[in-house]
Ligand binder design. Sequence first.
Ligand code: ADP
Ligand code: MG
Ligand code: ZN
Length: 479
Amino acid sequence: MAKEDYEVVMGLEVHAELSTKTKIFCSCPTEFGAAPNTQTCPICMAMPGTLPVLNEKVVEYAVKAGLATNCTIARDSKNDRKNYFYPDLPKSYQISQFDKPLCEHGKIEIETSNGKKTIGITRIHIEEDAGKLNHDEFGGGTLVDLNRAGVPLIEIVSEPDFRTTEEVELYLKKLKSILEYIEVSDCKMQEGSFRADVNVSIRKKGDKKLGTRTEMKNMNSFRSIIRGIEYEIERQIEVIENGGKIEQETLRWDEVSGKTFSMRDKEDAQDYRYFPDPDLVAIKLSEEYIENIKNDLPELPESRKQRYLEEYKLSQKDANIITSSKYLSDLFENAIQVCKNPKAVNNWIISDISRILNETEREPNQIPFDAKQLGKLVILIDKGTISSSIGKKVLVELFEDPRDPEEIIREKGWIQISDEGAIKEVVKNILEANPQSIVDYKAGKDRALGFLVGQAMKQTKGKANPQMLNQMFLEELKS
Ligand code: ADP
Ligand code: MG
Ligand code: ZN
């Protein structure tokens, strides 16, 4: 059979670290990047005799996520123990949720190149993160860091509704932006606070039964997710074409070799011997509690997008890009507050800022400057203090060492030359040096004017006011 005769089926389990101040069952801080084991206590280190107490904020955040993804919220839920041994899990069980998750039966809509598609969300449950193993980092051997042990997570499990990598990417981006908007997770993929387990199977087109899936664990960049899926599809087709069988297993994606490796045979739920955690009480939510959270939900990306189309007349494409990230969207709105020029802010975000993010493989939440600085940059150009080409240089500075744009241009001597005498001087010099252009212009070659302006810009290192240059060249050429 050819590749086209197979259908690919995928389902995603997304883990998002919640941005609560403290851990899920103790009061240790959750902040990322502290020295190993400095954010631990007897509870998250699993000392015998300690007891967990559920952090109420975790429930609130999970309910928020459930409501924002159209889930039904369970009035009656509980925590279960998922038993397995691993050195980063000192209790030898993870407190998670088994048969009574907080949220179920949700959906997220995506806009693919073939139109709208709805992806089903099976469930969202709360659980604790495990610690981290540092291999060979401190001179050989493996050391355990328990700062992450007990950091609250929500796991968002999708239905096996994906058929293409495009759908996977769009869904992940949408989900990520929703979680950012409702401020339950910072979704920093590079810090592992938004990561996905990707389940992939193939079947003959037209088959009703799903094929056997493999699962790639803890993928934390869009690039690896797409590459991993593509590799896995090829591999599975090859196995089947050669008369083999896909084993249900857990895989590790290796970014360097661009291959998947087997980590272990896939466990079934029964292997985990789930049972209700006897140290924790059931989670009972009132209708009123859920209603209150619902009423407090902030504006979601879809609604912001509509507003941008109407209020600021943005194009569909630009509105999609800006609202895809809360960081970009907030940057957009707050910079407009400063400079009152939505069109200019839109252009900066869509073109130069997006390009620099791309080139430096950064995400919007890693933009180092703030909305006020961007707004001021727009004002400086609008007032004619700097030209837009100098503006581009200021933006690069803002990425490298964010500070007040006015300070940057003063420091660098980038203030635009708008002094009539000085500009006249430049125009004279350039005309003297380029007599042929004058002849050309007079012979009807309009391009010659552009050339002269370009030369003048070059001589002044982009600092001359372009409108004034244009006008003066025209005057001189006419006389
Ligand atoms: P586990 O934790 O054991 O992986 P879950 O039920 O939490 O099990 O998640 C299973 C994930 O795999 C879901 O996202 C589901 O949509 C997806 N899935 C299940 N069966 C298949 C399949 N045959 N092909 C692709 N994805 C699948
Ligand atoms: Mg799984
Ligand atoms: Zn603790």
